[in-house]
Design a protein around this ligand. Structure first.
Ligand SMILES: *Cc1c(COP(=O)(O)O)cnc(C)c1O
Length: 372
């Protein structure tokens, strides 16, 4: 009994993030509908509803929902014919960006990142594209912050290579006032539970070209077309009705979640301004409240902050460390000096819609306490 009480008094660890959970009643309303319908997957009515609502929300014509963000990447690479070819991408990203390339028998070639946005640098990408004779560019909108999309659009047109964005973290990002999905050729999105908008597991592709959309639509259903023919092989990347139901529940709550998370971020920024570096762009962009990354002046400081936070029950996370690209030749990484600097010094602080002011203050105080 005593043991149990002791456990109860131990503070709960605050994780780096936690998903929004709808009430059981809200979710069960949809589950009952699914059971009554006896339609569980294969482009069901809830998936159709979710697709229509997201298209309207984003103002885009070609949106294809799939089972996860990694499938979205694999499909995009496949649709753009990258098998056996090379693609220039960033080292500062989640491993899926480049492991999905390898999985399609394509080779990632790494270029350096920009020192403020921490995204693939268009100038470095151009240099590496020419040097390696690559066939595509895969920029990532890291932590939801848009790349310099005008520069990548220009580069794609000039060099006649497709621009495929890993926008897994950038579902609601904007470049110069418009949804980022208007730029480039294809965007790959993740609706994983750790993302701001989620379906437990899920993802989507957006296209700026009807043929690419039609082809991917066939590919996610074994390659079968509307007449029942199979012009080329596909896979099964369909989203189930149970996952779509979660998406519909989260979508209802999304404006509130964004408002709450934006207030947590502005609270953090107030406490930490002039103390640490934040990610930023020199162009007009909107970054949704996806993550709370900060950059320290040294890795040593990052390590001591991390340790102190952990001791006080707060989990902070180095997302892209240790390096993701162990399977690539290590010499290709050593020359990427900005990436090597940034990836050693960036830490993400806990961020979720219901993180209280008290916790933000406590976390910020711990951070500041390590800077002296
Ligand atoms: C989450 C994420 C992915 C993978 O998406 P899943 O839905 O988990 O498969 C890919 N790239 C980036 C940058 C991500 O953050």
């Amino acid at each position: 009994m005593l043991e149990k009480n002791k456990m109860d008094h131990q503070p709960k660890q605050i994780l780096v993030t936690q998903p929004f959970a709808p009430s059981a009643g809200q979710y069960m309303k949809y589950v009952k509908q699914i059971l009554d319908n006896r339609w569980f997957t294969n482009d069901g009515p809830l998936l159709k509803e979710l697709t229509e609502r997201l298209k309207e929300y984003l103002g885009i014509p070609y949106l294809l929902i799939v089972n996860n963000g990694t499938s979205a990447l694999q499909l995009a690479y496949r649709v753009k014919g990258l098998t056996g070819k090379k693609a220039v991408t960033t080292p500062f990203t989640f491993p899926a960006t480049s492991t999905a390339l390898e999985w399609q028998s394509a080779s990632p070639v790494l270029a350096d990142i920009d020192q403020h946005s921490w995204n693939l640098c268009a100038k470095s990408a151009e240099k590496i594209l020419l040097r390696s004779n690559a066939d595509a560019i895969v920029p990532v909108n890291i932590f939801g912050m848009p790349c310099d999309m005008a520069a990548f659009d220009k580069l794609g047109k000039e060099k006649k290579v497709p621009i495929i964005y890993d926008s897994a973290q950038a579902f609601l990002s904007k470049f110069e006032g418009r949804s980022i999905f208007h730029y480039g050729d294809i965007h790959c999105i993740s609706f994983h539970a750790t993302k701001l908008f989620h379906c437990v597991e899920g993802g989507a592709l957006t296209f700026n070209n009807r043929e690419d959309y039609e082809r991917a639509k066939r590919m996610i259903n074994f390659g079968i077309d509307e007449k029942g023919h199979v012009p080329e092989p596909g896979i099964n990347a369909k989203m189930s009705e149970l996952h779509a139901a979660m998406g519909l529940c989260v979508l209802d709550e999304l404006p509130n979640l964004i408002e709450q998370r934006e207030s947590v971020i502005s609270n953090y920024k107030k406490q930490l301004q002039n103390e640490v570096e934040f990610q930023f762009t020199n162009y007009d962009s909107y970054t949704p409240p996806m993550y709370m990354p900060i950059k320290f002046s040294s890795e040593q400081t990052l390590l001591s902050v991390s340790e102190k936070l952990n001791y006080s029950g707060y989990q902070a996370r180095r997302y892209f460390y240790p390096k993701n690209h162990n399977f690539l030749a290590s010499e290709s990484l050593t020359q990427l000096s900005i990436n090597n600097d940034v990836s050693n010094k960036v830490l993400c602080l806990p961020l979720m819609h219901d993180l209280s002011d008290k916790h933000v203050k406590a976390i910020s105080d711990i951070v500041k306490g390590c800077l002296i």
